[in-house]
Every structure is written in structure tokens, then in C-alpha cells.
Design a protein around this ligand. Structure first.
Ligand code: DX5
Length: 212
């Protein structure tokens, strides 16, 4: 999954074909309200702007205090999966149902300092569980290795419950941490800075992440 938080959004006509050529399977749009996290993130209409230009799977990561206010709009803009933070709602089950009723897959995220057990009760209804490798809000941060334990605990819980919920890891993912995350049980890697900031370009960055 390529996170476009730190991409030059004015140059999407250049990098979108490169993501497709590199067989990147998902694009993640980091949506922020400046309250849940102290940053503004990707303008939400970028989802709508890019939608007609690619078949790549779109997921939107809501780092906002009121995720329930954003559901319909993201479905209409063409987001196929919507991720909300367990810390941002008192009613995660209702959020999951709202997202599915709007026709999207549902993802639940756990921030860096939140125990991963917090999302265990919701895994059976979620299509994806997102473990943050950094404190949500900014790209380019250093991976917190405690996230590896959360990924493996989540892997054990999902396997013991016999669930199909996918594990995605997000924040500080690079060629080195990617391997550790996969070994810990992650199914999907999100990378922003590593992909868009790689000195040898997008294709090489993706190859390194895939350990091709
Ligand atoms: C941080 C975002 C991450 C970020 C990617 O709140 O959720 O997706 O854009 O992080 P890096 O740049 O570390 O891959």
C-alpha cells in the first residue's frame, strides 16, 4: 500500500503510472482533522480526483475525532475501504456497520500507544486491522519496534478466532522493518516516505519492500 501523505500531490500524473507499473496494490489516503492528530493530512477531494485515473484499490485512513461524519462521502468519492481509529469512537461496532452499509470494506486502526487487545472484540466484523508503527499524524517517523509484538499478538488472535481479517502495518515501514513486519504476521505493508522518497525511485523502493 502506498501512502500518499508525503507524495507531491501536484505530480500525481507522474507517479500514479509508476505505482501501477510497480504493481502497487493499494493507495492509502491519510485524512486528518488537526484534532485527533496535529496535522492536516491529504485533502479528501484527492480521492475523488484520482479515482477515475486508476484501478488501484483505494483505502482512506481517517485520523479524525468524528469518523462517523465521513462515511458516506468517502464511499461516494470511490474509497473501497475505510479505516477508523478505535480511539476515536465509543461505538466501533456501529462504525463498522455504517462503513459496510455504505458499501465499503471496514478497517479498524490501533494507534502506537494503544494496547492491541482494544480491537480484539471487533476483529470478527472487520475486513482489516491497522497497526500503527508510529504515532499517527506524520510520515517519515522512525518505526517503533513494539508494533511487531502487536502484529504477532494480533496474528495469534485472528488465527485463534479463525477470522479472515487482514493485518496492515503503517508508519516507518522500510526495506528493513518490512521483513520484520511480515515475519511477525502482517499481511499488508503501508509505506509513504520509503516509496516516494527512495533515491532510486518508486519501482526500486517497491522491489525492496517486496524483497524481490
Ligand atoms: C501516519 C500515516 C502513515 C504515513 C506513512 O499517520 O498514517 O501512513 O503517511 O508513514 P511513512 O512515511 O513512515 O511510511
Amino acid at each position: 500500500t502506498a501512502s500518499v501523505l508525503n507524495a507531491d500531490l501536484s505530480k500525481w500524473k507522474e507517479w500514479l503510472p509508476l505505482l501501477e507499473k510497480a504493481r502497487v496494490e493499494r493507495i492509502q489516503f491519510d485524512i486528518m482533522d488537526g484534532k485527533f492528530v496535529q496535522n492536516t493530512g491529504v485533502p479528501k477531494n484527492v480521492v475523488k480526483e484520482l479515482r477515475p485515473h486508476t484501478k488501484i484499490f483505494f483505502e482512506s485512513h481517517l485520523m479524525v475525532e468524528k469518523p462517523e461524519e465521513n462515511v458516506r462521502e468517502f464511499a461516494q468519492m470511490g474509497s473501497q475501504l475505510l479505516i477508523f481509529h478505535v480511539e476515536a469512537t465509543a461505538k466501533p461496532k456501529q462504525m463498522i456497520h455504517m462503513i459496510k452499509d455504505a458499501g465499503m470494506k471496514a478497517g479498524i486502526a490501533v494507534n502506537n500507544k494503544t494496547p492491541v487487545e482494544k480491537i480484539f472484540p471487533f476483529l470478527s466484523e472487520s475486513d482489516l486491522a491497522l497497526v500503527m508503527g508510529v504515532d499517527a499524524g506524520f510520515g517519515g517517523q522512525k518505526f517503533s519496534h513494539a508494533a511487531l509484538d502487536k502484529v504477532s499478538d494480533l496474528r495469534k488472535e485472528i488465527d485463534s478466532q479463525g477470522l479472515s481479517c487482514e493485518i496492515e502495518i503503517d508508519g516507518g515501514v522500510n526495506a528493513d522493518t518490512a521483513r520484520k513486519c511480515v515475519k511477525a504476521g502482517a499481511d499488508i505493508l503501508v509505506a509513504g516516505t520509503f516509496i516516494f522518497g527512495h533515491k532510486n525511485g518508486i519501482a526500486e523502493a517497491v522491489r525492496e519492500l517486496r524483497n524481490d
